[in-house]
Design a protein around this ligand. Structure first.
Ligand code: CUA
Length: 323
């Protein structure tokens, strides 16, 4: 049993064992030399201290070639070992196998969108068990980083650039995806679930129903869920702002009451708020920026039904009482 085990979460991917092995190796080498050097330093300070204020300074130390070679060569071998295993691991992590399952990742302030080979997307990462998965990642706005501690997988996500990670996980379960690069106010809330399914069938069954509104759920109800799931809620609030809260985008609170009223945009133009305007803003968010706000909204990936749902939800927003 490694006494440092408590430092790391359970190992849940093909990389976890090797990553931890190297991590423990570096940790233990560092601890060993830290203790060795500190103990010797304290011992020498005591042993060679000046015993009388009138003592003259001692002779300076002579060179000791065998000792100098020893303390150069041993650490050199230890760090070459670190470099070698680090390089082997980095190479392996940078080379996804040919049979990998492709998932596209889009990061934005402050949510994730995972898009699957069937062109459906979700805010959570669904993983087939036992098959290598490769994530092709990009950002809609600023730097983010994809990180699943249990998988020991982490990589930067850069706007206008694609980065990759891959891994294989055999252990069904629900793991935590974190953003590991400070990206603004809600960085610490930029999380998702990484769900590894019991079987391929269970995974495919989930793929089949992604992006589909469950039977019996109304458009309005579904729109309310999409408001959160598709990341709208990160900027478009539907509640009364808290004192001092800075709005990052026009509030949706009682938005349907604004239907029929004029809205002014940053370029000085104006338009009446109606359903067509709301739909246009979802499809081409940067076209008309409401005065006082910045062009920060990325183009959301929405099916027609999801767009209809969000519109139905917006139309229902009229009776939030003043607080
Ligand atoms: Cu995204 Cu931090």
């Amino acid at each position: 049993m490694n006494p440092l085990k408590w430092m790391l979460p359970p190992q849940k991917s093909n990389f976890a064992g090797d990553v931890d092995w190297l991590f423990y190796y570096i940790t233990w080498v560092s601890i060993f030399f830290f203790v060795l050097i500190l103990v010797l330093m304290i011992a020498f300070v005591i042993k060679y201290r000046r015993r009388d204020p009138n003592d003259p300074p001692g002779e300076g130390p002579e060179h000791h070639l065998p000792l100098e070679i020893t303390w150069t060569v041993i650490p050199l071998i230890l760090v070459i070992f670190m470099f070698y295993w680090g390089m082997v691991g980095a190479n392996e992590m940078a080379t996804p196998p040919a049979n990998a399952y492709d998932i596209q990742v889009s990061a934005q302030q402050w949510s994730w969108q995972f898009t699957y080979p069937n062109a459906k997307s979700d805010k959570d990462l669904h993983i087939p068990p036992g098959q290598p998965v490769v994530l092709t990642m990009t950002s809609q706005d600023v730097l983010h980083a994809f990180y699943v501690p249990a998988f020991r997988v982490k990589n930067d996500i850069v706007p206008k650039k694609y980065s990759k990670v891959w891994f294989t996980c055999d252990s069904p379960g629900d793991y935590q995806v974190f953003c590991a690069e400070y990206c603004g106010t809600d960085h610490s809330n930029m999380r998702a679930r990484a769900i590894v399914y019991e079987s391929r069938e269970a995974f495919e069954a989930k793929m089949a129903i992604l992006d589909i509104r469950p039977e019996g759920r109304s458009l309005e109800e579904h729109g309310k869920i999409m408001h959160t799931d598709k990341g709208c809620a990160q900027c478009h609030i539907t509640t009364t702002p808290k004192p001092g809260q800075i709005l990052l985008a026009p509030s949706w609170r009682n938005l349907s009451r604004d239907f029929g009223q004029l809205r002014e945009f940053t370029d000085g133009s104006r338009q009446i708020v109606d359903e067509a305007y709301v739909r246009e803003s979802m499809r081409t968010p940067s076209k008309k920026i409401v005065a006082g706000f910045g062009p920060t909204m990325p183009v959301p990936t929405l099916t027609q039904d999801q767009e209809d749902s969000i519109v139905a939800f917006i139309k229902s927003l009229k009776d939030t009482p003043e607080e």
